[in-house]
Design a protein around this ligand. Structure first.
Ligand code: FAD
Length: 150
């Protein structure tokens, strides 16, 4: 079985609500755990940056389903390649909004991985997007929210 990692970004619908995000996360956790998919969905600056890891067919089907969702638009495929192991094996999907972090943390994180001060994945290389998401997960796991979720 070949394991793949897919990263994409998209722009949120202007009327996206926190409730929408909750519903997206709930359906994602359910579907992804049934389909052997793990990953992270990061939201900030009206932008989604998501990583999906899993068997090729499942990643492919999930991405195409997500791409048709009207709660966001202009999906932009950043990377899709075979990997030897998962980086987000603890989460069938976790949604992290950058609002959960302090302004200083967000600024530092974005500056570390990009040339901009706001989240603009379209200006980032695939390795920068991956490292950004890994750092987001690391900070989240150290925060109180992680313990509340368990
Ligand atoms: P249905 O819920 O019947 O969906 C039917 C259609 O309506 C689909 O086109 C669906 O995308 C769309 N839709 C559903 N609810 C709404 C709504 N409230 N407003 C507008 N359109 C709606 N799903 C996963 O399984 N795994 C993921 O990792 C995942 N990540 C996502 C990330 C983002 C940024 C977004 C926006 C959605 C994500 N989803 C994810 C949800 C996904 O797009 C589908 O809604 C979901 O998988 C169920 O699809 P369905 O066709 O089986 O069911």
């Amino acid at each position: 079985m070949s394991l793949y990692r897919l990263i994409y970004s998209s722009t949120a619908h202007p009327e996206l609500t926190p409730q929408d995000l909750k519903e997206i996360l709930a359906v994602s956790e359910k579907n992804n755990s049934e389909n052997g998919i793990t990953g992270l969905l990061c939201y900030g600056n009206q932008t989604f940056l998501q990583i999906l890891e899993g068997e090729w067919d499942e990643v492919n089907k999930t991405y195409h389903r997500i791409a048709q969702d009207e709660r966001h638009h202009t999906p932009r495929l950043i990377e899709c390649l075979p990997i030897s192991c998962r980086a987000f094996e603890v989460w069938s999907m976790q949604a992290i909004t950058l609002n959960e972090f302090s302004t200083e943390q967000v600024k530092t994180l974005i500056l570390k991985h990009s040339g901009t001060v706001k989240l603009r994945p379209e200006l980032m290389r695939p390795d920068q997007c991956l490292n950004f998401l890994l750092d987001v997960a690391k900070i989240y796991q150290l925060s109180d929210n992680f313990y509340l979720d368990l």
